[in-house]
Design a protein around this ligand. Structure first.
Ligand code: KET
Length: 461
């Protein structure tokens, strides 16, 4: 028998001081060195709290190598360390106001007030699948209010930790329950995609997407690569506002892709992180996904509210799996719960409550669409301003792609050395692939960026 901690006080129950002391003793791993100590009694000494590290004076983690910073989030780390007053962070895709400040949407503030004032709200755990209302409304947002798949209950939707968490849960589900474990991702794509899918256990291959020569879609390459992918393979598609290129297929090209995907029996997995940010319209930006659902076939979709509702740090998102029948969707959902429970048990309440509150109130929903459109429009106006500023400087090259590309980013075509020189000399921070977040730019900072690009293009090969 192990010694009982805390030892009983004279009155039978331990005093608060006893409790604190014994907690400290447990924490420090000292005390109880009697015959009944853990060391001598533990049935599994291999996992007992041995003191090897402490006694040898070296860390058990001594051989760990320093990991590199994340290629996107690491840009913010470097930016934060720079004392320059003119520094500009165009790395991470996060919206800034004309004043360069993070924006909390007015409608989000309103919803939060309502939530805080509602005394009936408690902090109980949500179900493993999250908030039911939130899930239903999220499915409507991406698939459309009149989607037959929703009416026929053929979609399993679960609340997840923003877009990334939704992708990860979807990938883990596929590894466990889908017969093909290869996912094709566009080249290039969001830097975290290959990591999320590899960590989940999928094998990652790429398909051609972007043509640097035209700064547009390599449609032929895309069709060839997906055309030669093995039947059943998973295909990751950016629903809109492709990151990092800002290049999306046209509606006709999407239709072509849909036919190819369906004829080959590939499984589409949509990443929808920018619904509303590409065109300013939530419906227009969901067209690609809706085309694939309209044909009755199956697909997955990961949604994020980070950008379109500005809920970045609240980590609000959803994974939907569209199935052939309601019966399959029910079983899929039951298995999604088994993926989620050991991962993070259940998702957080606050962000999903904000989204659900806004969606349920017609007036608030309208306010959201107006605020969203204003963000999208500001980004579009930044594109024009940057383009005009480069033209005014006579910067060599054709910069029309700045106004042609859509979404949060411009894929400038600047190379790693040029980016490095812009950071060194102008304190402009961006990812080394030449991507700039247009959402981080303002009328005030456009001239500085244009000067930096001009210098980089004319001085650095
Ligand atoms: N998908 C895409 C295509 C994407 O660009 C992001 C974020 C996400 C998913 C995930 O977002 P979440 O915050 O998990 O909902 N992209 C920006 C931020 C980041 O890298 O984390 C970015 O590219 O800057």
């Amino acid at each position: 028998m192990r010694t009982q901690f805390p030892p009983s006080s004279a009155h039978g129950s331990p005093s608060p001081t006893d409790r604190r002391l014994s907690a400290l003793v447990r924490h420090l791993g000292v005390g109880d060195h009697s015959a009944s100590s853990m060391e001598s009694q533990d049935p599994n000494p291999a996992i007992s709290p041995s003191a090897t590290a402490a006694f040898s004076g070296d860390s058990v983690f001594a051989n760990i190598v320093q990991a590199p910073e994340d290629p996107i989030l690491g840009v913010t780390v470097a930016y934060n360390k720079d004392p320059s007053p003119v520094k500009l962070n165009l790395g991470v895709g996060a919206y800034r106001t004309e004043e360069g400040k993070p924006l909390v949407l007015n409608v989000v503030r309103r919803a939060e007030q309502l939530i805080i004032n509602d005394q009936s709200r408690v902090k109980e755990y949500l179900p493993i699948t999250g908030m039911a209302d939130f899930n239903k409304l999220s499915a409507k947002l991406i698939f459309g209010t009149d989607s037959p798949a929703i009416q026929e209950n053929r979609i399993a939707t679960v609340q997840c930790l923003s877009g990334t968490g939704s992708l990860r849960v979807g990938a883990e589900f596929l590894v466990k329950h889908y017969h093909n474990r290869t996912i094709y991702i566009p080249q290039p794509t969001w830097g975290n995609h290959p990591k999320v899918f590899t960590m989940a256990g999928l094998s990652v291959k790429s398909y051609r997407y972007y043509d640097p020569a035209t700064r547009g879609l390599n449609f032929q390459g895309l069709l060839e690569d997906l055309g030669s992918a093995p039947s059943g393979a998973i295909v990751l598609l950016h629903a809109c506002a492709h990151n990092p290129t800002g290049v999306d297929p046209t509606t006709e090209q999407w239709e072509h892709i849909r036919q190819l995907v369906r004829s080959k029996g590939l499984l589409p997995f949509f990443d929808s992180a920018y619904q509303g940010f590409a065109s300013g319209s939530l419906d227009t930006d969901a067209q690609s996904v809706r085309m694939f659902v309209a044909d009755g076939g199956e697909c997955l979709a990961a949604q994020s509210y980070a950008k379109n509702m500005g809920l970045y740090g609240e980590r609000v998102g959803a994974l939907s799996i569209v199935c052939r029948t309601a019966d399959v969707a029910t079983r899929v959902e039951s298995q999604l719960k088994l993926v989620i429970r050991p991962m993070y048990s259940n998702p957080p309440i606050h962000g999903a409550s904000i989204v659900a509150t806004i969606f349920k109130d017609r007036d608030m929903y309208t306010e959201w669409t107006i605020e969203l459109k204003a963000m999208a429009d500001r980004i579009i106006s930044m594109r024009q301003q940057l383009f005009d500023a480069l033209r005014a400087r006579g910067t060599p090259g054709d910069w029309s792609h700045i106004v042609k590309q859509i979404g949060m980013f411009t894929f400038t075509g600047l190379n790693t050395e040029q980016v490095a020189s812009m950071t060194k000399e102008y304190h402009i921070y961006m990812t080394s692939d030449g991507r700039i977040s247009m959402a981080g730019l303002s009328s005030r900072t456009v001239p500085h960026l244009a000067d930096a690009i001009h210098a980089a293009v004319t001085r650095v090969a």
